[in-house]
Ligand binder design. Structure first.
Ligand SMILES: CC(C)(COP(=O)(O)OP(=O)(O)OC[C@H]1O[C@@H](n2cnc3c(N)ncnc32)[C@H](O)[C@@H]1OP(=O)(O)O)[C@@H](O)C(=O)NCCC(=O)NCCS
Length: 141
């Protein structure tokens, strides 16, 4: 589904519209969490996403993405959220994440995410610090 944002920007959850090359370029080249992620891995993650939402500029270029992994019933994970610098600071990041997580197909699941410094953004959408029941297991290196 598409939704129109101020100044002609647009959100679209059509995974076929995702510019896979642009996603790979940003995430593997510029993000702190997916540096060096191979293109074929990125393509697989996009293909298997429960939701992948693109943010598009008025000229049609993709300028942001958010990806959700989910089992559809119990748990979802929000990942790979970014907005290119040219479009930041105008509320699009918040709209992008809201569109990714507030969807009937995953509405009843609990959501998990990791962030280094964007806690304020996610707090606006109901995310909070984990309680004592939460545990994590990271891959050994
Ligand atoms: C995070 C990101 C997607 C936000 O996109 P954006 O379009 O600039 O965000 P918005 O304009 O919708 O801002 C929404 C809220 O996010 C928070 N926020 C935005 N930029 C922030 C920053 N630099 N530092 C801390 N909080 C920030 C604020 O709470 C802001 O609301 P406020 O202006 O009312 O305080 C964008 O800055 C980005 O792509 N950063 C680099 C990649 C990244 O860190 N991704 C998130 C990984 S968890």
């Amino acid at each position: 589904m598409r939704s129109i944002l101020p100044d002609g920007y647009e959100l679209d959850d059509d995974s076929d519209r995702i510019d896979r090359e642009a996603v790979h370029l940003y995430l593997s080249g510029e993000s702190y969490w997916a540096a060096g992620r191979p293109r074929e891995v990125m393509d697989e993650l996009i293909a298997s996403a429960a939701r992948i939402v693109g943010l598009y500029a008025p000229d049609g270029r993709q300028v942001g993405v958010a990806r959700v992994v989910s089992d559809g019933h119990t748990v979802s994970y929000l990942a790979d959220v970014y907005v290119l610098e040219e479009a930041r600071g105008r509320g699009y990041g918040l709209a992008l994440v809201r569109c990714a997580v507030d969807h009937p197909s995953i509405a009843n699941t609990k959501f998990i995410l990791h962030t280094r410094d964007m806690h304020r953004l996610y707090a606006k959408l109901g995310f909070g610090a984990p309680d004592e029941r939460m545990m994590e297991r990271w891959p050994s290196r």
